[in-house]
Design a protein around this ligand. Structure first.
Ligand code: ADP
Length: 543
């Protein structure tokens, strides 16, 4: 017997309508390339989204067409999100930090019809345009006063495009399974793969993100996504914030700049911000150097890589800001787990251990760990294996792939290695390809990096497995010193004694000027492994 309730479709258009009806005066504040302080309301944003939807129709966009964006976080990108998805087009956000060949591959693979680009990416696209015959034209996200001279074919100024369009658009009643957005993984191995999000998945994910033990957003808050809108839809913040009517604060091209972030947070009364660990390192450094404070800020969400304890500690002790550790991935929209506030009654050591973990599954996500044979392992906090997930916002197959991306029994293999404890806490120990296999046993590079980051004078730490005659692989620790600090590699290695199992202690430590990072701001282990391909262990370590 079926239930007898309405078959309302879960679409992003529903979020837009809700925000229009209930929070027309909520603000969106942006830093853009052409305006350091743009400010308007949801009413303005959705009116302009309607104008843009009309313009896209005039440009000949057909339902399902992919519209590419190469843009930072600002109000025009927000308008694009809604104008495309809610009119039945697919918003394809592209990471401009990728190598040009990867961008050309992604645009061609997605068959993008139009590209909407920030002015600073005009030269990049001019160099690629010949390789992109399927792109009908380029819309530069600026006004006529700032429109650059360009050789791009069919270059249009965004504000000119919108100018004479009607402010109403007949938004279609979409099926909730309609594709809304497309995002490619960074392709740390092989070609990037496209994840095609449906309206239904995005709406359910939005509910997941908003839950009290997740982002817990409220209407009177101001939210700063420091995670780019080309990185898994800025972790869904552009959908979740309008759903509750809070203020949205966009940092534009200045995301990695501690000073810009601090100024924005202070000026706009930001209460919650989200981003990868590197942006918080930049912000904390700025705050340390200037003695500035951000009284309005009460929590930050950190994900994308393991969050070092030093970040959590500094935020909390110096600024009274709670750090929530989250885990997810492009294929999961991205929310997988979230570390909710640990009650103050939990003893400090226990709380620290829990907070370094990635948190519990958000309602909607199921997780299991399996061994090499695909058999489930116990959730005892000790056994570790390949982490697999399932749920309504998890990718079933990659864009244009013939085959399902799932295991025979319907789970998605995340490529991460993890433990799950009896209370459901996930501990990511590594990516499958980064785990160090020493004498048949596994060593977690993340755990070693976490410890290294607690040592004075360490700014960044990475551990990779390097071939070893006797043990197959052994851990090599690579560090960047904090400005002005001197690191003694032997003293660093000695500090590991008694803190981790003796056979986990890295066999050597090297201090470098900088570590390679990926296009999403993570340490690139792949590049590091290449960099140290010819590394030779010191004599005593080969014993
Ligand atoms: P990419 O795979 O291209 O780097 P994603 O953002 O999809 O881009 O990365 C997802 C991966 O990032 C996860 O599979 C995991 O390995 C890592 N990751 C994300 N959040 C965390 C976290 N809190 N702790 C450790 N690793 C994390």
């Amino acid at each position: 017997m079926f239930g007898m309730m309405m078959q309302s479709q879960l679409t992003l258009t529903g979020i837009m309508r809700h925000a229009q009806s209930n929070f027309p005066n909520s603000e969106i504040v942006s830093v853009t390339a052409d305006n350091p302080q743009h400010r308007y309301t949801y009413r303005d944003a959705f009116t302009r989204a309607a104008q843009l939807a009309n313009a896209l129709q005039k440009l000949g966009a057909q339902p399902g067409d992919r519209i590419g964006t190469l843009a930072w976080n600002d109000y025009r990108h927000f308008e694009l999100y809604y104008a495309t998805s809610c009119s039945g087009l697919v918003c394809h956000t592209i990471n401009p930090r990728l190598f040009p060949e990867q961008i050309a591959y992604i645009v061609s693979h997605a068959e993008d019809r139009w590209l909407f680009i920030d002015p600073m990416f005009v030269p990049l696209l001019e160099a690629l345009a010949e390789q992109l015959p399927g792109v009908k034209g380029y819309v530069v996200l600026t006004d006529s006063a700032h429109m650059p001279d360009t050789s791009l074919p069919n270059a249009i100024c965004y504000e000119t495009l919108l100018e004479s369009e009607p402010t109403e658009f007949a938004w279609p009643e979409l099926d909730e399974q309609t594709a809304a957005a497309l995002c490619y993984t960074s392709g740390t191995t092989g070609n990037p793969k496209g994840v095609l999000y449906s309206h239904r998945a995005m709406v359910l994910h939005t509910y997941g993100v908003l839950m009290p033990d997740v982002f817990a957003l409220q209407g009177d808050e101001a939210v700063l996504p420091v995670v780019p809108m080309f990185h898994v839809n800025a972790w869904s913040i552009p959908y979740a914030v309008p759903a509750v009517g809070a203020k949205l604060v966009f940092p534009g091209p200045k995301m990695g700049c501690g000073e810009t972030l601090s100024n924005l947070m202070q000026r706009e009364g930001v209460t919650i911000a989200a981003g990868v660990p590197t942006v918080w390192l930049a912000l904390l450094k700025h705050l340390r150097e200037t003695n500035e404070t951000i009284p309005s800020l009460n929590r930050v969400v950190v994900g994308g890589s393991a969050c070092p304890w030093s970040i959590m500690q500094e935020f909390e002790e110096k600024h009274g800001v709670y750090t929530h550790h989250a885990w997810g991935m492009t294929e999961m929209s991205p929310l997988g787990t979230y570390n909710a506030r640990i009650p103050a009654t939990v003893p400090a050591d226990e709380a620290k251990a829990l907070r370094l973990k990635q948190g519990r599954a958000a309602f909607g996500v199921e997780m299991r760990i399996v061994n090499d044979q695909g058999q489930p392992l116990p959730h005892d906090g000790t056994a570790f294996g390949a982490l697999q997930v399932r749920g309504p916002w998890v990718c079933e197959r990659y864009y244009r792939a013939e085959e399902s991306a799932l295991t025979a029994d319907g789970w998605f293999d995340t490529g991460d290695v993890a433990t799950i404890d009896p209370q459901g806490y996930l501990g990511i120990t590594d990516r499958t390809k980064d785990v160090i296999k020493s004498g048949g046993e596994w060593i977690s590079s993340i755990e070693l990096e976490n410890f290294a980051m607690t040592l004075p004078g360490v700014a960044e730490a990475a551990v990779i497995g390097v071939a070893h005659e006797k043990w197959a692989e052994r851990p090599l620790l690579i560090l960047v010193a904090a400005p002005g600090a001197q690191l003694d590699p032997q003293a660093v290695l000695a500090a590991f004694k008694g803190k981790v199992a003796s056979w986990w202690i890295p066999d050597d430590c090297i201090v470098v000027e900088e570590l390679p990072h990926t296009a999403t701001g993570k340490i690139s282990k792949k590049d590091l492994r290449q960099q140290f391909a010819d590394y030779q262990w010191p004599e005593e370590a080969t014993a």
